[in-house]
Every structure is written in structure tokens, then in C-alpha cells.
Design a protein around this ligand. Structure first.
Ligand SMILES: NC(=O)c1ccc[n+]([C@@H]2O[C@H](COP(=O)([O-])OP(=O)(O)OC[C@H]3O[C@@H](n4cnc5c(N)ncnc54)[C@H](O)[C@@H]3O)[C@@H](O)[C@H]2O)c1
Length: 242
């Protein structure tokens, strides 16, 4: 599989390029590069053979990434986080023409946590649900894309719930809230903890990412799966379902 890596100059791009191996790289692209010696400043500067694009850059690249992939009929895996509603519209439009995979967290462990959490939210009565996420102090989006993805899954089980992001107001906790609390410190790779409590018992589900390589590993495996899919919008839920 020949991959174009967008955001190749960043932390994740570098890990992904090392893990994929030289023979599987079609092109390394990053706005921080100048186009020379197998490196490219922009996707449009590369027209060679490729099987897919993996994007670990920034959500602001959405327009460039989706239009390039549609133009070249290339599957794309978008691992960048923090997309705006307009950018999500571009992604949905592209998925009508090419296979598009998007996940704010490429960890299989987190995908399993999402499944379990949705099940607990469905079956564990009228419990309070609170989520704590922790990341390194350079992370741009708050709360994390993963926390929002987990919250969306919880809300699929609790249709009447509302999100309270960064609770700070005085007063009793409303019953149908899902609280999200973000911590930012040091070099924390990424922790997500979901607490369910009905006053008599508490269930806590926690995922700790120990090494960023796990996201690159998940992206490579999912990309191998993606290149055999029809046009459509896919995520980790589809991938772990096989
Ligand atoms: N889905 C996941 O599992 C997962 C895991 C870790 C990080 N991320 C996300 O991946 C992205 C990158 O993370 P990182 O830690 O490597 O960040 P980083 O800041 O180290 O690297 C980002 C790179 O993208 C480049 N870039 C920025 N805008 C660009 C554009 N428009 N086109 C091409 N390149 C561009 C930058 O020059 C930089 O080299 C972030 O959105 C982050 O939240 C996702």
C-alpha cells in the first residue's frame, strides 16, 4: 500500500512515516516543507502513484485534502481533529464519491470503550455520567475530539441528555447531564475516563494511551481496510465490526 501522508512533518506524521516504512510511502506532505526530494509543500504538488491519503495535519486542511482525494479518486483517512460543521459538510460530500474514514481516535481500545460505554449508559438506569479527559499541554482542541465522540455515543443511549462542558456554575447537578472535564498538563498522551454513578454503585471505564505510536498503528490498519471499501463515510465502529 502506497500512502500519502499529509502533516508528515508533525509528531504523528513522523511516527506514521517510520512505522509504514520507506517502501510504503508515496509522498510526505506538510505546509512546513518546501517541495523537493520526495517532500511536498502541498498535496497538489504530487501527482504520482498512490493508494490512499492519511491526514494527521490540522482540520483547516479539510478542504485541500477532500478536494485532492476526490479529484484523484483516492480513499482518505482523516485522523486530524477539531473539524468545524462546514468542514464536516465537505467530508460528508466527499464520502459520496470516495471512501472516507474519520476518527478522532485511531485506537482500537477506545473504539471498544465507546461500545462498552454506550451499553452501560443504556442499561445502568438513571445514573449520573461524568467524563474526564487529560492531554498534553500543546493540544489545540478542548474538549478532545475523542471526548466528544464518546459523548455522542453516550447520547445515542441517553437521547434526552445534554452536554455540560467544563461545569463551573453553582447549583445542584441536573439529572440528565453528561459532564465533560478537560485537563491539560505535561506530555500526557491521552486519558479518557467515564464515571457512571446511581448513588448506590459506581462504574468507571478508563482508557490510557501509553504511546502515540498506537494511533499510527491504528491508522495504518484502518487504511488497509479502507482501500477495499466502497465510497462512504466510515469510522472505528465500522472497522472493528469488520
Ligand atoms: N485520530 C487520532 O488518533 C489522533 C491521534 C493524535 C493526534 N491526532 C490529531 O492529529 C493532528 C496532528 O497531531 P500532531 O500531534 O502530529 O500535531 P503537530 O502539530 O505535531 O503536527 C501537525 C503537522 O501538520 C502540519 N500542517 C498544519 N496544517 C497543515 C495543512 N493545512 N496541510 C498540511 N500540513 C499541515 C504542520 O506543519 C505540522 O507539521 C491533530 O489534529 C491531532 O489532534 C489524532
Amino acid at each position: 500500500m502506497k500512502i500519502i501522508i499529509n502533516g508528515a512533518g508533525g509528531k504523528m506524521g513522523n511516527i506514521l512515516a517510520d512505522m509504514a516504512g520507506h517502501e510504503n510511502i508515496a509522498a510526505l506532505v506538510d505546509v512546513a516543507f518546501t517541495t523537493a526530494d520526495g517532500k511536498y509543500h502541498a498535496l497538489d504538488d504530487f501527482g504520482g502513484e498512490a493508494d490512499c491519503v492519511i491526514d494527521f495535519s490540522n482540520h483547516s486542511a479539510t478542504q485541500a485534502v477532500t478536494s485532492y482525494c476526490v479529484k484523484r479518486n483516492l480513499p482518505v483517512l482523516i485522523a486530524s481533529t477539531g473539524q468545524t460543521e462546514n468542514e464536516m459538510t465537505l467530508i460528508r460530500e466527499a464520502s459520496g464519491k470516495i471512501p472516507v474514514f474519520i476518527s478522532p481516535n485511531m485506537s482500537v481500545g477506545v473504539a471498544l470503550v465507546a461500545d462498552i460505554a454506550e451499553r452501560v449508559a443504556k442499561l445502568f438506569g438513571d445514573c449520573d455520567i461524568e467524563m474526564i479527559e487529560a492531554h498534553h499541554n500543546q493540544k489545540l482542541d478542548v474538549p478532545s475530539g475523542t471526548a466528544l465522540m464518546l459523548a455522542k455515543r453516550l447520547q445515542e443511549a441517553r437521547k434526552d441528555s445534554t452536554l455540560n462542558i467544563g461545569r463551573h456554575e453553582n447549583g445542584k447537578r441536573p439529572a440528565n447531564e453528561i459532564g465533560i472535564h478537560s485537563l491539560r498538563y505535561g506530555s500526557e498522551v491521552g486519558t479518557h475516563e467515564i464515571i457512571f454513578s446511581n448513588g448506590l454503585e459506581t462504574i468507571t471505564i478508563r482508557h490510557d494511551a501509553k504511546n502515540r505510536a498506537l494511533f499510527a498503528n491504528g491508522a495504518l490498519s484502518a487504511a488497509k481496510w479502507l482501500i477495499n471499501q466502497k465510497p462512504g463515510l466510515y469510522g472505528m465502529k465500522d472497522y472493528i465490526a469488520g
